[in-house]
Design a protein around this ligand. Sequence first.
Ligand code: AMP
Length: 490
Amino acid sequence: MIKFTDLGLNPKVLKAVNDVGYETPTPIQAQAIPFALEGRDVLGIAQTGTGKTASFTLPMVHKLARGRARARMPRSLVLCPTRELAAQVAENFELYAKYCKLDMALLIGGVSFKDQDKLIDRGVDVLIATPGRLLDHFERGKLLLTGIEIMVVDEADRMLDMGFIPDIERIFKLTPFTRQTLFFSATMAPEITRITQEFLSNPERVEVARQATASETIEQKVVCFKAPNRKVEAKAKRDMLRKIITDEGDTLTNAIIFCNRKVDVDIVLKSMKKYGASVGAIHGDLDQRYRMEVLSGFKNNDITLLVASDVAARGLDIPNVSHVFNYDVPIHAEDYIHRIGRTGRAGRSGKAFTLCLPHEEKHLVKVEELLKGPIPRAEFDTPVAQDRPTRAKKQDKPKAEVKPVAQQDTKPAAQQNKKPAVQQDKKPEPQERNQRHKKGGGRHQGNQNHVVGLGDHMPAFMLRDIRAGVAAKTETPVEEDSKSKDESAA
Ligand code: AMP
C-alpha cells in the first residue's frame, strides 16, 4: 500500500498531514500528487468525498514553499464554484501549510473588497477565489494574473452548471500559458472536455471510480403523494416533510433537506422555523456570514436541519448526517446520488427520503434509470392540506414562481416569534376551520398554523431553541457585490 512518505512530498508537508491524522493517501491523492509534483498538468476525474482537495493542495504547498510572493501578483490560483467550497479549500491550505510560511487570500463575494485588496497588495502565494469575484478584482486593476505558476479549477462540472465556463476561459487567458494546471471535475461533459483540450497541456488523466450507485448503507425511500389541488401542493409538501421527520423520531439526529430552487429553500426554512425546528439554510443569495454560521452550527450539532440548494451544498464536507430529504425530486438525476451521498458515509447507516408529487414523476423515472432499479416506496397518509385564502401582503422581493399559498410562511420576523403552533395552538376542529374559510376570516385570525399530520410526538430537537444570533441573521439583506455573479444559480 502506498504511504504518504512515498509520494515525494517535503517533510514539512508530511508533518502537517501527520498532524491532521491521515494515515494513507486516498486513490486520487496517490495518483495525482506524484504527477503534480513533477510539474505535469493533471485532469482529475473525481467527486467530493474522495480526498481530491488534498490531492491538489498538498503538492501546491510543497511547490510554493520555495520562492516568495510579489505585490499584487499571486503565485497560484484555485477557482471554486461556490463560496463555501472556496472557504473549505482555504481551511485545507491552513492545515497543510502550517509549517511553511505561505500567504493566502480568499476572494469571495460577501466579504469587503478593502480587506481583500490589502492582502493582495502585500503579495500572496495562494489566491482562492470564486470566478466572479476574481474578475471583479481584476477589472478594478487590483490584481495581476501574470505571475500564476499553478492554477487549479475545482468542480468544473458545477462551474458549467452555474454558467461560469466563459469566466473560466477568460481567467485561463489572463494567466501565463507556462502555468501548471490541475483541473478537477466529477463528470466530463463535452463543454468541459473542450476547455481541457484548449487549456491543459498534455495532461495526466487520473480517475477514481465514479459512484455509479448509491451506497448500500443508505436506506432509500420515495414518498409519492398527491395534494387536493395544484394550489396547495407546496403546503402539502411541507406538511409531508414534517410528518416524515416526526415519524423518524429520535433516529433522526441531523438532516439535510434539499430543494431544487432557492425560493423553496427560503420557504422551507421559514416553515420549519415556524414549527419550532432547529434549522438553518444555505443557498447562493443568503448573506455570507449567515451561511458560514449556519454551516458551522450544523457541523457542531447546534443546528439539526439544514435546508440547502444543490449548488451551495455541493462539495461541502459535512460528516455524520443521519437523514437526507429530497424536498423535490432533483431535475438532474446525478444530483440524487450527490444528495443522498451525504448520509450513510464511512459504513454508517443513513436514510434518504424523496418526496414526489405527480408532476415530478418524470424526474423520478430518470433517477431510477440511473440507479438501475426502483427505489422502495414508503406509505404515508397524505396530509390534508387546506386550500387557504392568500394574503394581500406584499413580498419584499416578488418572485413569480412562488405560489400564493407559500406566502403564508414569509412573515415578518416579529410575527415568526409567536409560539410554535405545534406546541401551543389549539388545533381548530375541521368544522370550525371550514367555517372560517367560508367567511374568509382565516386571513386575519392568526390561528392558521394547525399542524396537519404531525401526531402527538415531537422529536426532542424540534423543541430545541435555535441560537438567537443565527436565527436573527436570516433576515439580513443579501450582501453581494452587484457585479459578482457567483452562485447566482446556487
Ligand atoms: P474531499 O474529497 O477533498 O472533500 O475530502 C473528503 C474528506 O476526506 C475530508 O473530510 C478530508 O478531510 C478527508 N480526507 C482527505 N484525505 C484523506 C486521507 N488521506 N485519509 C483520510 N481522510 C482524508
